[in-house]
Design a protein around this ligand. Structure first.
Ligand code: DAH
Length: 344
């Protein structure tokens, strides 16, 4: 029986030496040290042995169990450490490597200008109409006819307005004033709305003109609206947007859809009114057109001009941004030069 025990020991000890993985260790333990293992069978049979044998075989069997257990444990530790080292080596992170450059976008200055202007008008009680009432691809009907623009008006010329070939009379809108008509068709007075959007004109591009740009249209229709209300709202807007210190002026003007009409100029920031290339030497830059809504326009959308009156305005977003941030070339907004965009 002693021989048998030694044989078991030698055999298992050899297996432990050959073990390569933790799974091998588990297998050995299950097969040779479990309750059903030959070693354990011998221990179970001890009670049937004569006392003299018991005293020798018992301790020997226990010692072999303990030795094998210790060898397994030692081998387990070696394998565990080797596997851990391998994993750590393959997962290694070099914290001294330089980081990757992740370019970050930012809000375009025209977007933030539109947001700023919109929020000022919010505080003055105006809300933005849904964009479907302000389409960029528009019919002549909304872009011109309903705004009282005569059939032979030069603005309708292909030299000025982009005609599409979607259908006859479908244009890229030349002004956001189309939104006025759609707003008045959509809701009854009182109406107090603004509508920011993009407009297109067949222009030669230079530092002050691009063939598309942005406008914010405004419209206020109610009983007893006067030119005084128009001046009050626009002056308040200019005061908030530019601050107190920027000289402005109202000038007489003409638009087919307003009577009387005005244009508002703001002193040129580049030359402080002295006259420079940006303001063509006048010291002023026009930022918007405005006026009292022409009775013909109100009648066209079924609003009685004897009961209601209103004012409207359309401002140039690029102009307003240029005048606030001293940008002297409109093309800077559109050519995606990161050095320019980064400054906002
Ligand atoms: N639509 C005009 C333009 O693009 C600007 C304008 C003038 C808008 C007078 C208005 C207005 O609403 O009342 O030049």
């Amino acid at each position: 029986m002693k021989e048998q025990l030694k044989k078991i020991y030698n055999e298992v000890s050899e297996l432990v030496k050959k073990a390569q993985t933790m799974a091998d260790i588990d297998d050995i333990r299950a097969e040779y040290l479990s309750r059903k293992s030959p070693l354990n069978e011998i221990k179970k049979g001890l009670k049937d042995l004569p006392d003299a044998d018991k005293k020798i075989i018992g301790p020997l069997a226990n010692k072999i169990s303990q030795d094998l257990e210790a060898e397994l444990k030692a081998k387990y530790d070696v394998i565990y450490k080797a596997e851990l080292d391998k994993k750590l080596a393959s997962d290694r992170i070099d914290v001294t490597l330089p980081g990757k450059f992740i370019p970050q976008g930012r809000i375009h200055p025209l977007t933030s200008t539109i947001e700023e202007i919109t929020s000022i008008f919010h505080t003055l009680g105006f809300s933005v109409i849904p964009s479907e009432l302000s389409p960029e691809v528009e019919t002549e009907y909304y872009n011109f006819d309903m705004l009282n623009v005569p059939k032979d008006h030069p603005a309708r010329d292909v030299q000025d307005t982009f005609y599409t070939n979607i259908a006859q009379n479908v244009v890229l809108r030349s002004q956001t004033s189309d939104a006025q008509i759609r707003a008045m068709e959509n809701q009854a007075p009182p109406i107090r709305i603004i509508s920011p959007g993009r407009v297109y004109r067949n222009e030669n591009i230079n530092s002050r003109k691009n063939n598309f740009f942005h406008q914010i249209e405004g419209l206020y229709v109610d009983k007893d609206i006067t030119f005084g209300d128009l001046k009050g709202v626009l002056n308040e807007f200019i005061r908030i947007y530019f601050g107190e210190s920027r000289p402005t002026r109202f000038r007489n003007s003409f638009f087919p859809f307003t009577e009387p009409s005005a244009e508002v100029d703001v002193q040129c920031i580049m030359c402080k009114g002295k006259g420079c290339r940006t303001c063509s030497g006048t010291g002023w830059l026009e930022i918007l057109g405005a006026g009292m809504v022409d009775p013909n326009v109100l009648r066209g959308v079924g609003i009685d001009p004897d009961v209601y009156s209103g004012f409207a305005f359309g401002m140039g977003v690029e102009r307003l941004a240029m005048l606030k941030y001293a940008i002297d070339d409109i093309r800077l907004f559109f050519n995606n030069d990161d050095r320019f965009l980064k400054q906002f």
